[in-house]
Design a protein around this ligand. Structure first.
Ligand code: NOJ
Ligand code: CA
Length: 692
């Protein structure tokens, strides 16, 4: 990161550590614009509590904060406030790649020092940050004699809601986020019904909890989203649902190998618990709070990574026309096929090629218990000439994206990682897609527990040493760590496009992405793999299809935030197809992004300006309902004229009955233009604006 992008402006106001009397109510902390206020207090011997208000209205009612630590009494009361520090921060920083260049980080902070009155006299700080777009808080445990090795049984952070809000939720699965979102009242959340899904390689839903980001809408139309930021050296947080009292409580992901959920040593800090607050749905997407709550980049030079579109030897496997393994006789990753794709990419402004199934071991993948030691990430199948493909790609200006399916055999990957990254480096390969399909090995660990949080982070740190960017599938949730490790380019962590090829539950419904944009996408970049043109998947999959129109697929290149965007379909469906022009043209790295309209689960339109040019790209999608939108262009510079190409649903398009019916229109657009656009059921539109 450049010096210029470092701290621009920071004011620090320190209020001396004042000793307070009980019952103690601290003076309000307000957000910079004054709309949000925090109410932190301790009454008598009770646990510390916080409450959050928006323009005087309750968002979070009085909620307790505390911990259950192994071998110790509950840390929940009999506590004094021993210090109060306030800080006002306003800084700007620059994303090396992403949905915008300049990020503003502005908040008011309250750091409360607490100490137990009686033995063991433990100390901790609770740090609150109020941004204009939400509240974040975390616990900080200083080094202390009475607390050295800490085994956390549970973190008791409560979120008491002020009503029975509408929620967009997935179950608090400890092993996978690849569930369809449910829309219900808090009082109706039933995560248990998601157990035993027949299309998941691993799943574990121990209680009625939900995963984050969790998005809610109040009866007053306030939009909230609960998540966490800067998850390190801790386990992921699910939210246990109290349907009777309309409340959530942190429920950390555990392990079968011990009775505690997190093992740490003082000093340590927890991840930030975050509550985004916005008047409208668009504000949730435009918030930078999650990424702002992470430390500045530790990778000085990211110039080796360039955001890219990519094709792949991938969809073939999900359609089952080819396979990852060789024994089937239809091996996908051959030198010949890779070269064909490299030629296609080079001819169509596509920078990357992902090759899955290139290395030996796939015969012993899904369904095997003994997966350690199977993949070595350096030995190609005999029909795939790794060096030759890398050489050919370089000659054509295409970058290979390496693939490491670890099969969740983490000990093998930890052992092999350096060797594998060295090989990549020697071949000039700068990006890897990792995968963790199956139950985690060692047995008893879960994808979202502390063991895996540390594993995923160690992969990022090691990869950074070799200038390697990581796109993780079956990952831990994104919590803004891309600010600290910008080589964390994207991840899955949702029901991706692949489910449309093989799931037995009808695939992703048309509302899937209109929900994802306001839920999972708030966490960070998504490798969703859009761009399927052969919507009905004929002749390969009689019982499956993509449940959107073709124009909706195009829109996803703009709606979805990611510095790597796959053109996922078989290239024969792109060759000569007029709509493919949009995929060729669309950018993947942005100067700025604006959410033009949207409602959670219904529709959304996003406009993004390409970094380094004055060109804009706009994508809009709708759920199963058709819709008429009016797009205004007041974000464009005044007086400038743009050559616009609109890719929209044809009048009779429909996600099921006529998904491939689209139209292309050439237009001239200026900042005062207004463009009416019709979106078909499950439809969408994509618009490129090239400045004249
Ligand atoms: C699951 C990933 O999500 C998918 O993209 C990949 O093709 C398979 N695992 C194989 O690694
Ligand atoms: Ca997956």
């Amino acid at each position: 990161m450049s010096k210029r992008s470092l701290l621009l402006f920071m004011v620090v106001v320190l209020l001396a550590g004042a000793c307070m009397k009980k019952p103690v109510q601290l003076e309000d902390l307000k957000s910079p614009d004054g709309q949000l206020s925090l109410d932190f207090k301790i009454v008598g011997n009770e646990a510390p509590t916080y409450a959050l208000l928006y323009n005087g209205k309750s968002v979070i009612q009085e909620s307790e904060l505390g911990f259950l630590i192994k071998g110790q009494q509950e840390l929940a009361g009999n506590i004094d406030i021993v210090s109060v520090d306030k800080e006002v921060v306003k800084e700007n920083w620059e994303m090396p790649w992403g949905e915008k260049r300049e990020v503003s980080n502005e908040y008011n902070q309250l750091k409360v020092g607490l100490k137990e009155r009686k033995a063991p006299g433990r100390s901790l700080f609770i740090v609150f940050r109020l941004f204009d777009d939400g509240l974040a808080f975390r616990y900080e445990f200083p080094e202390q004699d009475s607390l050295k090795d800490v085994f956390i049984l549970e973190e008791n952070t409560e979120f008491n809601l002020s009503g029975d809000h509408k929620c967009f939720w997935i179950p608090g699965d400890w092993d996978i986020y690849e569930h369809l979102y449910n829309t219900s009242k808090i009082s109706e959340i039933d995560a248990i019904k998601y157990r035993n899904h027949n299309s998941l390689a691993q799943t574990h839903i121990p209680n009625n909890a939900v995963n984050t980001p969790l998005t809610l809408i109040t009866d007053d139309g306030l939009h909230l989203s609960f998540h966490e930021a800067n998850l390190s050296n801790y386990s992921g947080m699910t939210l246990q649902v109290d349907t009777a009292n309309l409340a959530f409580k942190s429920c950390l992901v555990g392990s079968d190998n011990h009775d505690y959920k997190v093992a740490v040593q003082t000093p340590f800090v927890t991840p930030w618990r975050t509550i985004q607050v916005s008047d409208d749905a668009a504000g949730l997407i435009e918030s930078d709070m999650i990424v702002n709550l992470n430390e500045p980049s530790v990778i000085e030079d990211m110039s080796w990574f360039e955001p890219m579109k990519y094709v792949g030897i991938w969809w073939d496997m999900h359609l089952e026309t080819k396979s990852w393994d060789m024994a089937s006789g239809k091996h996908g990753a051959t030198t010949e096929y890779a070269k064909e794709l490299i030629d296609f990419a080079a001819a169509h402004n596509i920078k990357g090629l992902l090759v899955e199934g290139w290395n030996t071991g796939w015969e012993h993948w899904i369904g095997f218990e003994d997966r350690e030691g199977v993949f070595d990430f350096v030995t190609p199948y005999p029909d795939y000439d790794l060096e030759e493909v890398a050489r050919y790609a370089k000659e054509k200006g295409v970058e290979i994206i390496m693939h490491h399916e670890t099969s969740a055999a983490t000990e093998t990957y930890t052992k092999q990682m350096d060797t594998a990254f060295k090989l990549m480096k020697s071949l000039g390969i700068n990006a890897v897609k990792t995968g963790y399909v199956g139950k985690i090995l060692p047995k008893g660990e879960y994808h979202h527990g502390q063991y895996m949080v540390e594993h995923y982070e160690s992969v990022l740190k090691n990869a950074a040493k070799y200038n390697i960017a990581v796109n993780a599938h079956e990952p831990i949730k994104a919590t803004g760590k891309r600010r600290t490790y910008p080589n964390a380019i994207a991840r899955e962590g949702l029901r991706g496009q692949e489910f449309n090829a093989w799931s037995q539950d009808g695939g992703n419904p048309p509302e899937h992405l209109p929900i994802i944009a306001f839920t999972r996408m708030l966490a960070g970049p998504i490798d969703f793999t859009p761009g399927i043109f052969n919507i009905k998947l004929d002749p390969y999959k009689a019982n499956n299809q993509v449940n959107t129109t073709l124009a909706h697929q195009l829109a996803l290149y703009v709606v979805i935030n990611s510095p790597v965007q796959m053109a996922a379909d078989l290239i024969k469906y792109y060759d000569g197809h007029p709509a493919f022009q949009f995929i060729e043209d669309v950018a993947v790295n942005w100067e700025q992004s604006k959410v033009l309209n949207g409602e959670v689960g219904d529709f959304v339109t996003i406009a993004r300006q390409e970094r380094g040019t004055n060109n804009w790209f706009i994508g809009g999608i709708t759920d199963e309902n058709e819709r008429d939108l009016e797009i205004k262009f007041d974000f464009l510079p005044k007086g400038k004229s743009y050559n616009a190409t609109l890719y929209c649903d044809a009048a009779d398009a429909h996600w099921d009955r006529n998904p491939q019916a689209y139209e292309i229109k050439e237009l001239e657009i200026m900042s005062n233009s207004v463009l009416p656009i019709h979106l078909a059921p499950g439809g969408g539109f994509a618009l490129s604006l090239i400045q004249k």
